[in-house]
Design a protein around this ligand. Structure first.
Ligand SMILES: *Cc1c(COP(=O)(O)O)cnc(C)c1O
Length: 565
């Protein structure tokens, strides 16, 4: 203690005279003020400081983001610019609607209920008409992701199961004990797949997005209980957009962490630097959607433990490949409950689990994490109300069909599908790397391969492939495209046909490297370069509007077309 005094003393002696000067100066300034004036000035000054602090720091978006938004908002209000934007938007919206209308057939849209109900035969015929609108035959393996199995035998099992449980609803577990048991079993089987002990638990949800929403909601509620007013989540830039959706819906700040441009894995050091007292969740993916790369979950888990922050592994995409990798003969770093620090995992049954769309699982380390996603209203006149997930009533038939899919596959089935899918992907990766002009992003260990090119605009390749009926996913920042390999791509000849066509097209493109890209590719390219993201936002919302369009341009007779003549 004496040592400290010895060191500090000279500094204090140095500062003291200045403090004395400040005191005299402040007293001089205040000497003409009455006490009430001093109090008022103090209060107003404090309020201003606290307002400025809030404005600068306590916001969902950073100062720069808010400044950019405000700037573009004012620019867009300038009459010349507004006029042009509006004109272009209207033209674009019409084009989108026309595009959709082209495929609907001659009978137009139904605008009202048929006056008389249709017979089962009529319905079947009408459904056939609708089904004939589909032009892309996914069963040939030409589509990235989207349909993960397509096995006709499994389809029969699923539809039969759906029929048996069509009217069930797990909101009434007393009425439907069958579905309750199936849901509990699905969650338990998934926990076991991810090496969770008997303490691990979870719920089923309607899909990966809901699993992620619930995890984020839970961690937000947990943080609030601990006294954090503005909980924040920290995610890699490559994390699924469902986390941004969660942040937006539940009013949380979300910080995106850069990735290593070589490995495409999150920069864990940057993640550590972003942690602050409001951080309520760290996230990594296994693998992430853009490039199919597994984030270093062990390191993220360590961060979580060190700073006492929960960690979520987004295993939505890889949920039914990851647990079978080892048995299928592939080794990957662990990403599950074996890693200390991992507190929750999301896994989609409706992707590689081959269950019908509308099912996913969210798992937690123990009930102390899960309880924060419960919603319980004790005072509702409709009765004490409790729901485990975002929905109220849920489709018991989807749970049953998911259960049936898992029974149908079994461990051996999933090991086999994992073997096929991973070996096909690795073959595609290996062959793509041999094509001059094509670069594979990172080292994909799972079922997804992303490619880019430094020689030519990669979207020219995806445009040319789409003319040959290959549908890949376009990616941005950096411009690239990916193929998500499903069971359908493992069929004889599919992978070779894909590689052959990429090789042919790329050779063609390399002859004129700087040629312009038009078609869909041009749109993806342009969308990345528009600095005003709110403009992109508006254009995309036109897309959503157009998909609900039922207007063919002319008034519809009787409001009913086709069916009820
Ligand atoms: C598909 C996916 C999700 C969730 O998507 P849903 O469409 O809601 O099922 C989340 N994370 C990753 C990595 C995904 O691939």
């Amino acid at each position: 203690m004496e040592d400290v005094v010895k060191v500090v003393r000279p500094y204090i002696d140095l500062i003291l005279p200045y403090l004395e000067e400040v005191r005299v100066a402040v007293n001089n300034v205040c000497s003409n003020l009455e006490p009430w004036q001093i109090i008022l000035i103090t209060v107003v000054f404090t309020l201003i400081v606290s307002w400025v602090y809030d404005f600068l720091f306590n916001q969902e978006e950073s100062l720069v983001q808010r400044f950019k938004k405000a700037f573009f908002k004012y620019v867009k209000r300038l009459p010349i610019i507004k006029g042009r934007i509006d004109k272009e938007m209207i033209k674009y919206a019409k084009e989108l609607e026309l595009g959709y209308n082209k495929g609907i057939g001659p009978s137009g849209y139904l605008l009202h209920l048929p006056k008389k109900g249709l017979t089962a035969d009529d319905i079947r015929r009408e459904l056939q008409n609708y089904h004939s609108m589909v032009h892309t035959d996914w069963s040939k393996g030409s589509v990235s992701g989207a349909v993960y199995s397509g096995d006709p035998d499994l389809t029969r099992v699923l539809t039969e199961t759906y029929g048996t449980f069509a009217w069930t609803n797990p909101l009434h577990p007393d009425l439907f004990p069958d579905v309750r048991k199936m849901e509990a079993e699905i969650v338990r089987m998934c926990c076991s797949l991810f090496h969770g002990g008997p303490e691990t638990c979870g719920t089923m949800t309607s899909g990966g997005t809901e699993s992620i929403l619930l995890a984020c909601l839970g961690y937000r509620n947990r943080a609030r209980e601990k006294g954090i007013k503005f909980p924040e989540i920290i995610v890699p830039v490559t994390v699924h957009a469902a986390f941004d959706k969660a942040a937006s819906i539940f009013h949380m700040k979300i910080t995106h962490i850069k990735i290593d441009p070589k490995t495409m894995m999150v920069d864990v050091k940057a993640m550590r630097r972003a942690i602050n007292k409001n951080t309520c969740l760290l996230v990594g993916s296994a693998p992430h959607f853009p490039h199919g790369i597994i984030d270093p979950m062990e390191e993220i888990g360590k961060l979580g433990l060190k700073y006492d922050i929960p960690v979520h592994t987004d295993c939505c995409l890889g949920g039914f490949l990851i647990p079978f990798m080892e048995k299928a003969g592939f080794s990957i770093p662990p990403v599950d409950f074996r890693i200390p620090g991992i507190t929750s995992i999301s896994a989609d049954t409706h992707k590689y689990g081959f269950a019908p769309k509308g099912s996913s699982v969210i798992m937690y380390l123990n009930r102390n994490y899960r309880k924060y996603q419960w919603f319980i209203q004790t005072d509702w006149p409709g009765g004490v109300y409790a729901s485990p997930t975002l929905a109220g009533s849920r489709a018991g038939a989807i749970i049953a069909a998911c259960w049936a899919a898992m029974m149908y596959m079994g461990e051996d089935g999933y090991v086999e599908s994992t073997k096929k899918i991973i070996s096909t992907t690795r073959y595609i990766v290996q062959e793509l790397r041999k094509i001059p002009g094509i670069e594979v992003l990172g080292e994909p260990l799972m079922s997804l391969v992303a490619i880019s090119s430094t020689s030519f605009n990669i979207f020219r390749l995806s445009d040319a492939l789409s003319e040959r009926k290959w549908m890949l996913n376009p990616l941005q920042f950096p411009s690239s495209v990916h193929l998500c390999v499903t069971l359908l791509h493992t069929k004889q000849g599919v992978a070779d046909r894909f590689i052959k066509e990429v090789r042919e097209i790329t050779a063609e493109l390399m002859k004129d490297k700087d040629a312009k890209c038009d078609g869909m590719g041009a749109i993806y390219g342009m969308a990345q370069r528009i600095p005003d993201r709110s403009l992109v936002h508006e254009i995309v919302s036109l897309f959503l509007d157009a998909s609900y369009n039922t207007n063919v341009g002319e008034p519809v007779k009787n409001g009913v077309n086709g069916i009820n003549k």
